[in-house]
Design a protein around this ligand. Structure first.
Ligand SMILES: N[C@@H](CCC(=O)N[C@@H](CS)C(=O)NCC(=O)O)C(=O)O
Length: 229
């Protein structure tokens, strides 16, 4: 029996980031599905962690919050021998943290602006709300595409925490704002991410919930039905 509990939802992009990391670091956790739409669960969760944001890791009763911190914590305290997502070398670690931040701030955040807009009542939606988010995504795609020249993974030579952040951010962002032509390096990187076992398994587990994803119309058919790909 593990001492670690993860409060999560299988559809949540930030939860995907940590689920991928858990698998990469070979850390067993007890997963507790959290439905923030349920007022009682929401109140109980806020009592545990005041921001009410998931995922939340609980280690022997102590909450560990914020995805990048959760991953660093798992790496330091619970990773299986030989498993790593943040290099020991300080310069390389900085590059991983930089790209982790860039994906969270400039891909995940604008992607979530689309979700927030679609969750509003139709009368309250506004194209002006999502126009800056679309611009930011397109500018991030161009930046990432340029950066990927000669690289397999986004920071350093090995799969890292930055790739854990990239996988769900791009997965959902591309459903809202598809990749324009001329971003072949980013397109290839996205395929490498999808082929990674930890990412593929996280997407598999989310599949039954895709029907609740507000951007579901933009989700490629192969993600609904991998056999049809
Ligand atoms: N900065 C946080 C962001 C977490 C976050 O935004 N989680 C979303 C789910 S993807 C959430 O809990 N949303 C619920 C809400 O805002 O009420 C992290 O890295 O953990």
């Amino acid at each position: 029996m593990t001492a670690l509990t993860l409060h999560y939802h299988p559809l949540s992009s930030y939860c995907h980031k940590v689920l991928i990391a858990l698998e990469e670091l070979a850390v067993p956790v007890e997963k507790r599905l959290l439905n923030l739409g349920d007022p009682a669960q929401r109140a109980a969760f806020r009592a545990l962690w005041p921001t009410g944001k998931m995922p939340l890791l609980v280690d022997q009763g102590e909450p560990v919050a914020e995805t990048s911190i959760i991953i660093e914590y798992l790496q330091r305290k619970h990773a299986a021998p030989g498993r790593t997502l943040i290099p020991n070398d300080a310069e390389q670690a900085l590059e991983v943290r930089l790209w982790d931040r860039l994906f969270d701030q400039y891909v995940m955040t604008p992607m979530n602006a689309f979700t927030t807009d679609l969750l509003r009542a139709e009368a309250d939606r506004d194209a002006l709300n999502v126009a800056p988010a679309r611009e930011m995504l397109l500018s991030s795609y161009a930046m990432i595409d340029r950066h990927l020249e000669g690289r397999n993974w986004v920071a350093g030579s090995a799969f890292s925490m930055a790739d854990c952040a990239a996988a769900p951010a791009l997965f959902y962002a591309l459903a809202y704002v598809p990749l324009p032509a001329g971003h072949e390096r980013l397109a290839d990187y996205f395929e490498r991410l999808q082929a990674r076992a930890s990412v593929a398994r996280t997407v598999d587990a989310a599949r039954p919930f895709f029907k609740f994803f507000p951007g579901r119309q933009g989700l490629s058919r192969r993600f609904w039905d991998p056999a049809a790909a």
